[in-house]
Design a protein around this ligand. Structure first.
Ligand SMILES: CC(C)(COP(=O)(O)OP(=O)(O)OC[C@H]1O[C@@H](n2cnc3c(N)ncnc32)[C@H](O)[C@@H]1OP(=O)(O)O)[C@@H](O)C(=O)NCCC(=O)NCCS
Length: 173
């Protein structure tokens, strides 16, 4: 199923972010069960979220997400932690809205944020056959730096690892 492929899940289920319930441990358990676990951030500050992300990482190798509640007074710091600690998992645009610059604009928000907050680089994986996505990331300066063999399933396929160097070092080499 397409949603499973996009999210890296076994079932098309996204666990909702529930403040003070959806901890790192809770989200990891949901991801291990085949859904997409989500760590809730309502009521927490950035340090607490950082600890919960690390806890989830210890407990699962599967994808999980973070629900950013924009009303949280610490939302900006929390967004910083998500970018520091996370990887861009996926960008998807409804088929009938593609090639109108939507994904490019979404990606640009992340790039502006990353640059504004002096992140050194961004990294992501993409299916080797996903020409549109590789072209999208390539158009924003991401470069292929390697492959993960048989990274994806249904169908089995390599991932291309792409990174964007925000320090300017890549151009010098
Ligand atoms: C990849 C995807 C997110 C692109 O979304 P989009 O809104 O159509 O992309 P944009 O219109 O912002 O395109 C930005 C640039 O990406 C490149 N691009 C996007 N789609 C492309 C395609 N089908 N063929 C070639 N280049 C493409 C182009 O360089 C484009 O710039 P241009 O239109 O000025 O030429 C969309 O095709 C999608 O949702 N695919 C399914 C989900 C997916 O595979 N996500 C990525 C997984 S890592």
């Amino acid at each position: 199923m397409k949603l499973n492929e996009i999210l890296g899940t076994e079932f098309p289920i996204i666990q909702g972010g529930m403040a003070n319930i959806a901890t790192g441990e809770f989200a990891a358990a949901c991801s291990n069960a085949g859904a997409l676990g989500m760590i809730a951030t309502g009521g927490w500050d950035a340090d607490r979220l950082r600890r919960e992300i690390r806890r989830a990482r210890e407990l699962t190798g599967k994808p999980f997400g973070v629900n950013l509640m924009l009303m949280n007074p610490c939302a900006a710091d929390i967004a910083q932690v998500i970018l520091d600690e996370g990887t861009v998992m996926n960008i998807a645009v409804r088929p009938d809205c593609r090639r109108r610059g939507v994904a490019g604009r979404l990606l640009q928000v992340f790039l502006d944020f990353a640059q504004g907050n002096r992140l050194a680089f961004l990294t992501l994986e993409v299916r080797a056959s996903n020409y549109a996505a590789i072209a999208l990331y390539g158009s924003r300066g991401f470069r292929g730096v390697g492959r993960r063999k048989n990274y994806y399933e249904h169908p089995r396929e390599d991932a291309v690892i792409m990174t964007l160097d925000l320090t300017g070092e890549q151009e010098k080499t």
